[in-house]
Design a binder for this molecule. Structure first.
Ligand SMILES: [Zn+2]
Length: 539
């Protein structure tokens, strides 16, 4: 750095410890109160070494005997913090720990403190200890407005942190600042984008709530967790392996300072891996009425992964993670396996015996195929709740068994009635089927929706609407409706309801479902696949 002025014309601050002779210009720089006493004309030290007391101290010039006065100003504050490597330990009476802590692992400040702090620390440390005081420096970018302009009061584009946190929450703001750009780059701060973080935390909140609701319903606890983990299904292994990879990546990203990549990885895990995929696939398992090992193994997996996720999330979203740790993890965990706070937890590790990479690859492939099927569905206008008739996949001999174990993943995620696995394409009739080529694997999709399946689709949609109506009226889950009346202009929907009348009644807890010849009073109009349908519920 070029030379720069280290004094400031200020009142507060560390006074320059320099006295100059008013006659011969001789200068002394003192380094202790003892030295002040020795040089002071009165032989006394000030009661406080700051201004104004220090200014009253006059020295006698050792060279010519005239009065010496202190240089009137103070040192730049970054000179004070520029000796933090030594001064901060003295300040808290921990000086004896200097050798243990020095040089320090990590320091950070914004880019405008390059000379002010990073450099001052460096040169004072070289002078005092002949060593560099820090191992890693994170030099942060600035927060600008959403157009990349500097925030300033006169421009009126300032976002005040406390006000913003009050409105949008501290965790969403923190996640946003972490994920938006690399810590060393400037951020174009767009308040609207913070809402996306809130949305993702809502997804996490709902996922934990989902787990808690069903665990409680089935009186699940970690007492049986070891046993439950022996009955894992393919998607559980996939989920645990995804967690394992996510933790490894986050560890790696944090170590390299790529906090934005770490945060994005974490958010993606919450949205895609946990919510979109895993919870979708296990829903039918937790809906089982009877006591079943595959239900309990889903709870064990959920508990294990969610607890690990909450711990990993702690530094990124400290408030919600602490809440979930107290309300969810501690609710089920054994007493000796939890700590007072999530913030004194360590990064979780996954037991080796739960890591099955082969199965993870297989389930990942099935998800990839399923995504292709969802794309085909949207291309042909076939909604996800309409079950497709059949998918055939051709894999190699070795993996055939694995795929068969995991096939439910695809049946549920892509909503396919039947999935057949073959180890060779020989003798298989694929005419009329749509091919999906993943290079290492081929799939064939039958997109004909036969009348039965179509009707099932209509009926599922109707059930969903009725459940919405129940919800709007705040009916308890076990409340039995007296009657559901349905009127529709569509012949197909009419047929579907007639055929699945009992199913609708059972799913929506109604004594009877009737098809009526005209629009019932108090009915609500719905578009079921673009056909007007009217539904009325009677309590
Ligand atoms: Zn003098």
């Amino acid at each position: 750095a070029r030379d720069w002025c280290i004094s400031r014309e200020r009142y507060w601050g560390t006074p320059l410890p320099i006295w100059t002779c008013s006659f011969c210009g001789y200068r002394v720089a003192v380094e202790s109160i003892e030295e002040i006493k020795k040089l002071s004309k009165t032989g006394e030290a000030p009661k406080d070494v700051h201004r104004p007391w220090i200014d009253k101290i006059v020295f006698r010039c050792p060279r010519c005997g005239n009065d010496m006065y202190r240089e009137p100003y103070v040192v730049d504050v970054w000179m004070d913090s520029g000796v933090a490597h030594t001064a901060s330990l003295v300040q808290i009476n921990e000086e004896h720990r200097f050798n243990e802590l020095f040089p320090y692992d990590w320091i950070t400040e914004a880019v405008d403190q390059t000379r002010g702090w990073f450099y001052t620390l460096l040169f004072t440390s070289i002078i005092m200890h002949n060593a560099v005081p820090y191992k890693t420096v994170l030099c942060q970018g600035h927060v600008l407005d959403k157009y990349g302009k500097k925030m300033s009061k006169s421009r009126g584009n300032v976002v005040w942190a406390l006000e913003f946190m009050e409105r949008s929450g501290a965790d969403p703001l923190r996640l946003y600042l972490l994920s938006k750009s690399a810590p060393w780059d400037s951020i174009n701060f767009d308040p609207d984008e913070v809402k996306d973080m809130k949305r993702i935390l809502d997804i996490l909140w709902n996922s934990v709530n989902f787990a808690k609701t069903y665990m409680d319903l089935d009186k699940w606890s970690t007492v049986s967790i070891e046993d439950d983990l022996k009955h894992l299904k393919a998607e559980d292994y996939w989920f645990i392996y995804e967690l394992y990879m996510m933790i490894n990546d986050i560890d790696k990203y944090i170590t390299s300072g790529d906090l934005h990549l770490a945060t994005r990885r974490l958010l993606n895990f919450i949205v895609d891996v946990l919510s979109h995929k895993y919870i979708t696939v296990i829903r039918p398992r937790v809906w089982l009425e009877e006591e079943a090992p595959q239900k309990r193994s889903a709870y064990a997996t959920l508990f294990m992964v969610l607890t690990a996720l909450i711990k990993v999330l702690a530094p990124f979203a400290p408030y919600i993670s602490e809440y979930l740790y107290q309300a969810f993890t501690k609710r089920y965990a054994k007493k000796d396996e939890v700590k007072e706070s999530v913030h004194i937890e360590v990064l979780p590790t996954i037991p080796e015996n739960l890591l099955n990479k082969k199965l993870w690859e297989c389930v990942s492939t099935l998800f990839r195929l399923s995504e292709e099927i969802l794309a085909i569905r949207s291309k042909y206008g076939i909604k996800r709740r309409w079950p497709l008739k059949r998918v055939m996949i051709i894999v190699n001999d070795v993996d055939k068994n694995l795929y068969e174990m995991a096939i439910d993943v695809m049946k549920i995620y892509a909503n396919v009635k039947e999935v057949l696995v073959y180890s060779s394409a020989e003798g298989i009739d694929t005419s009329g089927l749509i091919e999906i080529d993943l290079k290492y694997l081929k799939g064939y999709v039958d997109i004909t929706v036969d009348e039965d399946l179509l009707h099932e689709g209509f009926v599922r949609d109707i059930v969903r609407r009725i459940q919405m109506l129940r919800k709007e009226r705040n009916l308890p889950v076990d409340y039995i409706l007296n009657r559901i009346s349905i009127y529709t202009e569509s012949e197909a929907i009419h047929k579907a309801v007639a055929k699945f009348r009992d199913y609708i009644a059972r799913e929506t807890r109604a004594k009877e479902v009737v098809l009526v010849a005209s629009r019932p009073s108090n009915s609500i109009e719905f578009d079921i696949e673009d056909q007007k349908t009217y539904i009325a519920i009677e309590l």
